[in-house]
Design a protein around this ligand. Sequence first.
Ligand code: R5P
Length: 282
Amino acid sequence: MFITSISSRDTLEKLKGDFKVIDCHFKKFPDGEGYIRFDEKVKNIREILIVQSLHYPQDEHIMQLFFMIDALKELNIEINLLIPYMAYARQDKRFKDWESVSGITLAKIIDGFDLKSKYTVDIHDVKITKSMKGENLSAMPLIAEYLNDLDLKNPVIISPDEGSLDRAKKVADYIDADFDYLEKKRSSGDNVEIKPKDINTKNRDVAIIDDIISTGGTIAKACELLKRDGTSKVVSGATHLLMIGNAEERLIRSGVDNIFGSDSIPSKFSKISIASIIDDVF
Ligand code: R5P
């Protein structure tokens, strides 16, 4: 399979399968407009896989994707698309009147290109993947494998809220561990406590698993509470590590013993590669 990317080149380098990379060069004009051009090897191919993550600078990566798709379509090449990190996926519904649902807008535009196949990875809400008639893949088995190697003691896999419990359950099933989610409990009048719903994690190791770590606030708060209640070790991971601002410092300060995630967004904590997902699917 021929494969190309601008924003996810690091991931392409980790592929083990029989992929031939077609380079796509990107430059910016002095006025800020982007420009892409494929290597001339593109001229004889019939089908390609674009792997393009849409992390910061999101809008630039999105425009690169559109330019790549259109240039390949002009050459009558069939296109498969894998978006490791889908930008705008947290704007998956209208939270306030008269705002745009940008995740769906982006999905609709992608759907309009009439591609052969479309994939996202651990998208915040699969509604967006469905809007582009695609399929959502999961990095949770890879996260589970990584956790297995950490040799956690009597581990509990915790989801920061009930909404993302499925992800924690998936990881727990792989490594045969317990799982739970954090729940707000009113202990007295004004006092709201956040605790695992059913499981006491005292003297046990915990892995908090989420789809995204952005500012680190969600995980940091969870970790502080778990440690205060006697949890031994807290490791935390997510598929997509945005790591905005002082996220790293905030997580370390909260006592997180290990931060990890995939290379859907490259960072020093990208200890897992989604390349193996690409190897499996294509
Ligand atoms: C939110 O709905 C997501 O699933 C993550 O929990 C959230 O994006 C994490 O954000 P932060 O790291 O800023 O707390």
